[in-house]
Design a protein around this ligand. Sequence first.
Ligand SMILES: [Zn+2]
Length: 284
Amino acid sequence: MPKATVKDVLEHATKHRYGVAAVNTLNIETVKYVIEAAQREKMPVIVQFYPGFQDYTSLKHLAFCACDMAEGATVPVAVHLDHSSSYDIAVSGIRDGFPSVMVDGSVLSYGENAAMTKAVVRVAHVFGVDVEAELGHVGDASREEDMDNTDLYTPVEQAVAFVEETGCDALAIAVGNAHGPYVKTPNLDFDRIRAIRAAVDIPLVMHGCSDIPDAQLQMAVNLGMSKFNIATEYFRAMYRALEKEIAAKTFDGSAVGLMMHIREPMIRFVAEKIRLLNPNGFSL
Ligand SMILES: [Zn+2]
């Protein structure tokens, strides 16, 4: 199947009231498990990569590998570059083959964020690349104030102006969600999600979905959010699977045996997330 675009996948999800798991990856194996899980569940999926990991895996290698595997998949698989904090990083992602990029100016002023987003959109759209932007600021889940401070949340009226001014294709919003392991259980602002969904006509993105309670994630899906970023929990699942097999010494000294054995728990983790994000039982 030709690789899907993030824009098409998210518009389809918004229309059919399901959420798409957008899973962060760091190497060939982590990309492969995500795609295998989506194929098993017969649902679309997004494979993404955080540019902060590029000392570990280059943007170019990950983009090439993920796009090649997406083309061989039996379900729509889209490939995305997460959190580009500057114009240069976002454009490097386009140069290196990512068919979708996020430009994250959420720590900047409204004007600076809008200007940087607009500049990236202008280049990206020439190459047929989708752009996700962020308004409001999704902070760090280890800091309570990042979760509770409503000054960081996405203002509804500003979201309308931002989408119109920048031409971005999807918008990440801050509604009590945050990145990394949560210091306390998040409490999403559903009224704000409802208001933003009614006010803008592009897909909405939730960052920091790891460890958000299942019922809250499903509520966000039912309120019309469509991209759900999962990094912390996926990498934790990998760590735990490796830890368990190493402790059991099942494959003592065999890295190949060890890596092959963590495949199934990793696929199962992603498959469960895909099912969770599909509370209305959509199927392709
Ligand atoms: Zn994020």
